[in-house]
Design a protein around this ligand. Structure first.
Ligand code: HEM
Length: 347
């Protein structure tokens, strides 16, 4: 890791990032509420509080879509890699917006009776046996519990406590939350007789999320399948297909996941893909000032040794690389972590 790296920091870039999120939220809510209020004098007009409930719910849902598509987009094209930065702040902001949506729902729909709003949420619609008439709010509540758990455990403290693999599994629950929210919104539309255009919008959003995930998984699978064995050496990709100072991830036939980087314009190296700090995906990082930088916490590695620059001691396994017919080949046998190796030169 870099000598100036601090585990938890609120740097200027993060403040600017958060400012953009706040401005984005204000703009979205402002536009949603203003357009909805245009119909306010119509007979079928809904109350401004319900408009705000919908604005907050749809805003949180949109933010979740952005969070979900950043990963596959970054795997499909390195142009999107900067979006990986600070994704956690975006996730926590989404949770805050969802909390505001739920708070208003509890006050507006369940807050005026004699029983507690939370209890009322569970008993006011007893149609538990029907899918279409099932209390759709409960799908939202189940999704919210997952989102809240993820937001509360997003800090590095929990990542360290749980260990990276457990933390990663926990955060994969976001896909379950997404499924529950799609059902929440769908059954909500059915029960509140929402407009057909909203239904089309929902279908389009789901198709975008699913197809981006499938496309990126298919591309990776195809790329790994193309790698033909030559004894211990495996063909990867044309050397020039990796942008200078960027990386690409590969899964070798023996199951090892590696990150291949191009730097100094014509040098190619390969190291283990999992950062020695908390298993961050190095292939999504970049080469900055001559070192590979992990996208998660900025840990740095010297490309040809896989070692963090002194005084740090983290080490990665390195792999022998060569270029034949302009194609990168890697030797599947990993060198012990921190073993110096030569960069292959693109001629
Ligand atoms: C305890 C949890 C939740 C409850 C009780 C709840 C309740 C509701 C209610 C009552 C509506 C219908 C509002 C109306 O049209 O009158 C609604 C709609 C909606 N909710 Fe939730 N919700 C919850 C969680 C969430 C979460 C976590 C999200 C997103 C991250 C979300 C996103 C939405 C969306 C997108 C709509 C449709 C908005 C529209 O019609 O434009 N909800 N929710």
């Amino acid at each position: 890791m870099s000598a100036d790296y601090q585990a938890v920091q609120w740097n200027k870039l993060k403040k600017v990032y958060d400012l953009f999120i706040i401005i984005g939220l204000i703009v979205y809510l402002g536009i949603f509420v203003s357009i909805s209020l245009l119909n306010y004098d119509q007979p079928q007009a809904i109350s401004p509080v319900i408009i705000l409930i919908r604005a907050l719910g749809s805003c949180a849902f949109l933010m979740l879509h952005i969070i979900l598509i950043i990963g596959p987009l970054a795997r499909l094209s390195s142009i999107f890699k900067p979006l990986l930065y600070n994704r956690r702040h975006f996730g926590v902001s989404m949770c805050i917006v969802a909390t505001a949506h739920i708070g208003l729902v509890l006050i507006w729909y369940y807050g005026y009776g004699v029983i507690s709003p939370l209890y009322a949420l569970f008993i006011s619609n007893p149609n538990y046996e029907s899918f279409a008439r099932f209390p759709f709010e409960l799908y939202g509540a189940a999704a919210y519990l997952i989102i809240l758990l993820m937001a509360l455990t997003s800090h590095d403290f929990w990542l360290k406590l749980f260990s990276a693999p457990v933390w990663k599994i926990l955060h994969m629950l976001v896909y379950l939350a997404y499924g529950l929210l799609v059902i929440h919104v769908l059954t909500g539309f059915i029960q509140t007789e929402g407009s057909l255009s909203n239904l089309y919008l929902l279908a389009t959003a789901v198709i975008i999320v699913v197809s981006l995930h499938l496309t990126s998984a298919f591309r990776e699978w195809q790329r790994d399948k193309r790698n033909t064995d030559d004894g211990e050496w495996v063909k990867l990709c044309p050397a020039r297909s990796i942008t200078n100072e960027h990386g690409k991830g590969f899964t070798l036939k023996n199951g090892d996941k590696i990150a291949v980087f191009r730097y100094d314009n014509n040098k190619i190296v390969a190291v283990a893909n999992a950062c020695a700090h908390q298993n961050g995906p190095l292939c999504e990082g970049r080469v900055v000032n001559g070192n590979i930088v992990c996208p998660w916490h900025g840990y740095e590695y010297i490309p040809t040794t896989g070692r963090s620059p002194s005084p740090f001691t983290e080490k990665l396994a390195t792999y022998k690389v060569r270029i034949k017919n302009r194609t990168i080949q890697v030797n599947q046998k990993p060198n012990p972590p921190g073993t110096p190796t030569k960069a292959a030169i693109i001629r």
